[in-house]
Design a protein around this ligand. Structure first.
Ligand code: TRP
Ligand code: ZN
Length: 885
């Protein structure tokens, strides 16, 4: 916990390290009431910085120093200096060895950073700066070292002892035993990992493209052995995909994944020993939904891909985080697109980005994908760094084309293998390989905020010319008032009245270049004129969401309907539908606010009827097309978010559609349900599509007052042979007025899955997300449930997180009780787990979005957090930035 006001670290102050650590020998002695860590560090002066010998400042926090020697000589107490955060000593030569022994307390570590206990096991989480809680070290990513690690523990209770790299030796000493691991690849300390526990593993193997055999092991607690096959399949697919698409081969003899129950994030790419939140590894048809299966596949791939984009080539400093995260998210998204439906994956990712990252970019924590200052780096594992970072890499590929992009990534990996580098190095490799000047493009790395792109068109019939005018601007963000124009790749097509896509020839060109192309908008205002156009076309703009911007073009309803029908870009077909629905919803919201009577939209009902009747439409696409923009997106798009009007308007529209379309929805639902009740579960794209549509239909149907729907929902809940269908039905019941059915379903679910922590998380979430009144009281009651614990991040996210971040109507209740509740939880968690406390806080930081009375209530709670006592750097940074004007 902080004692003084924390100071920000600045990108512009970066200095190469004074010393390097060439070799790191670690020896862990693990006990129940303490652990001992012995370290032998072989250190060398960074001669690029000179031949003088500045003091060596090793990072270290919450360590009890037992002994220290320099080149084998014990150091007297006045020969070194100890502070809260450092051990400082004076080297006597350019090459030397430091031995330390420290005592630490993993058994009391609730922050889940460094070495900690999760259930019965020991595990580590070192990214970003957790290693300094394990031993004194140069804990920065540009110090890369060869690690050899010995782990000692009780033989019976910790039969499995793991660390990075390949196993070297093992042995026994009475009731204890030990194992030594050697990692031949130099790595920064943030990639270090250790695990000790009573773990069982599923083993498989993979033959790499050059014919080497790699052992694959997924370690779990014995009761979970039946839930790892999906992760193993995903791992093998990921390894093959990275060879085929990026030419990247795995490099050690063994690759391990360990599942742990207490984990702050999704997973961690430690070299050769990935550690996962159990929610991102374990999956079985009976316990995990389709979404959970897809998340496992994506996260396994993400962490595996880091072996090259992150580990072999790592970050120079934490400002460069998007170098590995943006690139790796892009890689995992493309992997998922190749494994499943590409269009649906893109729709999901864009909906998520627009709702959540755009809100971050418009809020008090807005930052560029390469931030230029931070107080606590853990606060910068953000949607901006990850998801917008991935969009920036995607734009590079769109601008350069696939072949040049691959040349660029090959050059990047070859040039920087074994190095700690910057985002500039990445862009430079792309530039050198493609011969494209990316100087202006780099503004995406330094400027925050979501650009607006406004497009207008002019048709000159006599000349056969069609001109598109693009205007871009970017709103001010904290610390950045004026922005320079970005390079915005706009993928586009022009549609004729019959739906055909016109050949595209710019005025300055000699002939047409296909019917789809990418324009690079680089100026604040810029025109492109297409020639040879007989009739005014309909523009399909920003296809596949080719840039993370807010596009405006004044489409008429008829034009949106035509795009929904004819656009050859599936994403834009969906997007046209969303724009149409947004227009209708915004009108309804205004009607609610003005107290006018609400009316359903006949045209939209007809469109939906047409979609339902179209048997050629893929079920997953249909499910997406039938999904109205979320309340969260409507709030993000509003100047002042009126969450209650938004909820009322959207529920009204859903209700009116449910009424108008009861017949076709009911028929389609029953047909799907019949298929699903007969079939054995598979997490295949096709089955997932069918279940997704079925779920959307059931949710609509439950809004109509037909008695057979209610019993169909109960039947689906009771008879489903998989968690996806069971949870769909449970969510519908929980959000319904049918109290008896709801109570009955919740009770039987809890009884059936009481022993399965991940399923109980779903049970908590479905209740926390209920829009019914009384939800806050229910959430508070559930915090007393035996399956709940504030020390387990998954539980906190499932109950408190879902209520505060995904249940706007209840969280923003008029009396401010939701805000008070969140502040109370943040104050408690600040002391237990600062990373989780800080993340949980996000909804309160968005107070500027709401009406003045809400603003005052929310600010009050933020101020109460400030006044509550000593804040962690994590919470301090978020609260103070949020309160600063
Ligand atoms: N590098 C991890 C990833 O794959 C992120 C991560 C896992 C992390 N655990 C963490 C970041 C703890 C900060 C703190 O994205
Ligand atoms: Zn990552």
């Amino acid at each position: 916990m902080r004692t003084e006001t924390p100071v920000a670290v600045q990108l512009k102050d970066y200095q190469a390290p004074d010393y390097f650590i060439e070799r790191t020998l670690l020896d862990f002695d693990l006990y129940d009431d303490h652990s001992t860590v012995r370290a032998e560090l072989t250190i060398a002066r960074n001669t690029d910085k000179g031949s003088d010998l500045p003091p060596l400042r090793l990072d270290g926090q919450q360590l009890e120093l037992v002994s220290i020697t320099l080149d084998g000589q014990a150091l007297a107490a006045d020969a070194y200096q100890l502070t809260d955060s450092h051990l400082i000593l004076q080297p006597l030569s350019a090459n030397f060895v430091v031995h330390t022994e420290v005592r630490i307390h993993p058994e009391n570590n609730t922050a889940l950073e460094g070495l900690y206990r999760s259930g019965k096991m020991f595990c580590t989480q070192c990214e970003a700066e957790g290693f300094r809680k394990i031993t004194y070290y140069l804990d920065r990513p540009d110090v890369m070292s060869a690690f050899t690690t010995t782990v000692r523990a009780d033989k019976q209770r910790f039969p499995v002892l793991l660390s990075n790299g390949n196993p070297l030796a093992q042995g026994e000493e009475g009731t204890r035993h030990w194992a030594t691991w050697e990692d031949p690849f130099k790595k920064p300390a943030y990639l270090f990992a250790l695990v000790a526990g009573d773990l069982w593993c599923v083993e498989d193997s993979f033959t790499t493209m050059s014919g080497r055999d790699v052992a694959l092991r997924i370690y779990v607690e014995p009761e979970n052995l039946g839930k790892v096959q999906h992760a193993m399949d995903s791992l093998k697919k990921s390894m093959r995909w990275d060879e085929e698409v990026y030419g990247r081969e795995y490099d050690l003899d063994i690759f391990m994944i360990v599942a742990v129950s207490d984990f702050n994030m999704g997973a961690m790419e430690n070299k050769g020993l990935n550690i996962f939140n159990s929610s991102c590894v374990l999956a079985s048809p009976d316990t995990a939904t389709d979404a959970a299966h897809q998340r496992v596949e994506a996260v396994v791939a993400h962490e595996y891909f880091h072996n090259w984009s992150g580990n072999r080539v790592t970050c120079r400093d934490w400002f460069q985080l998007s170098l590995k995260e943006g690139f790796t998210v892009f890689r995992d998204a493309e992997f998922s697109a190749d494994m499943n439906s590409r269009t649906v994956k893109r729709i999901e990712d864009v909906a998520f980005l627009r709702t959540n990252q755009f809100a971050e970019d418009a809020g008090p924590m807005a930052h560029p994908i390469r931030p230029d200052a931070y107080i606590e780096i853990s606060n910068f594992y953000t949607l901006t760094v990850y998801e917008k970072g991935a969009e920036v890499v995607r734009m590079l590929r769109t601008l350069l084309g696939e072949a040049n992009f691959r040349k660029g990534s090959d050059l990047y990996f070859a040039r920087h293998d074994g190095q700690a580098v910057t985002c500039d190095d990445f862009v430079q490799a792309m530039q050198d390989a493609s011969g494209t000047d990316l100087g202006q493009f780099k503004r995406w790395y330094s400027q925050a905020g979501t650009p607006r792109l406004t497009v207008s068109s002019y048709f000159d019939k006599a000349a056969g010319e069609y001109t598109l005018t693009f205007q871009q601007s970017c709103p001010a963000t904290p610390g950045q008032s004026d922005k320079l124009p970005f390079v915005i790749p706009v993928e586009l097509a022009l549609l004729a009245a019959d739906g055909s896509h016109l050949p595209l020839q710019l005025k300055e060109e000699d002939n047409a270049q296909g019917c789809e192309r990418v324009l690079a908008v680089t100026e604040a205002e810029q025109q492109f004129t297409f020639v040879g156009i007989a009739n005014e076309p309909l523009p399909s703009l920003l296809r596949s969401f080719s840039a993370p911007v807010k596009l405006r073009y004044d489409y008429s309803r008829e034009q949106l309907l035509a795009l929904m029908r004819y656009d050859s870009d599936g994403f834009n077909r969906w997007e046209a539908g969303q724009q149409l629905q947004l227009e209708i919803l915004n009108q309804l919201i205004a009607d609610v606010q003005a107290g006018r009577e609400l009316r359903g939209d006949v045209q939209l009902a007809e469109v939906f009827a047409g979609l339902l009747a179209d048997t050629s439409l893929d079920a997953a696409m249909l499910a997406e097309m039938l999904t109205l923009p979320s309340e969260a997106l409507l709030a993000e798009l509003a100047d002042v978010a009126d969450v209650h009007a938004i909820h009322q308007a959207r529920e009204f529209l859903r209700q009116s559609l449910a009424q108008a379309l009861h017949q076709p929805m009911w028929q389609r639902y029953q047909a799907l349900r019949a298929v699903h009740s007969e079939q054995a579960y598979a997490a295949s794209a096709e089955q997932i599509a069918g279940r997704s549509l079925q779920g959307k239909l059931l949710a609509y149907l439950m809004l109509s007052e037909h008695g057979d729907v209610r019993s169909a929902c109960v039947a689906q809940f009771e008879q489903a042979n998989n968690m996806t269908e069971r949870l769909q039905a449970l969510a519908c019941l929980v959000n319904s007025p049918f109290v008896a059915e709801k109570q009955q379903a919740l009770a039987s679910f809890a009884a059936a899955y009481a022993d399965d922590a991940l399923v109980m998380d779903q049970w908590f979430s479905v209740q926390a997300g209920s829009s019914c009144p009384g939800t806050l009281a229910q959430v508070q009651a559930l915090m007393q449930h035996p399956a709940f614990s504030l020390k387990n991040p998954n539980k906190v996210r499932a109950l408190v997180g879902v209520f505060c971040a995904q249940n706007a109507v209840q969280f923003h209740a008029e009396d401010g009780a939701g805000y008070r509740f969140l502040a109370d939880q943040v104050i408690t968690l600040n002391a237990l787990n600062p990373q989780i406390a800080s993340r949980l806080l996000t909804p309160l930081t968005r107070w500027r979005k709401y009406a003045p009375d809400r603003q005052a209530q929310m600010r009050n709670e933020l101020e109460r957090i400030v006044a509550s006592g000593e804040l962690s750097a994590d919470v301090y940074e978020v609260v103070s930035k949020s309160l600063a004007s």
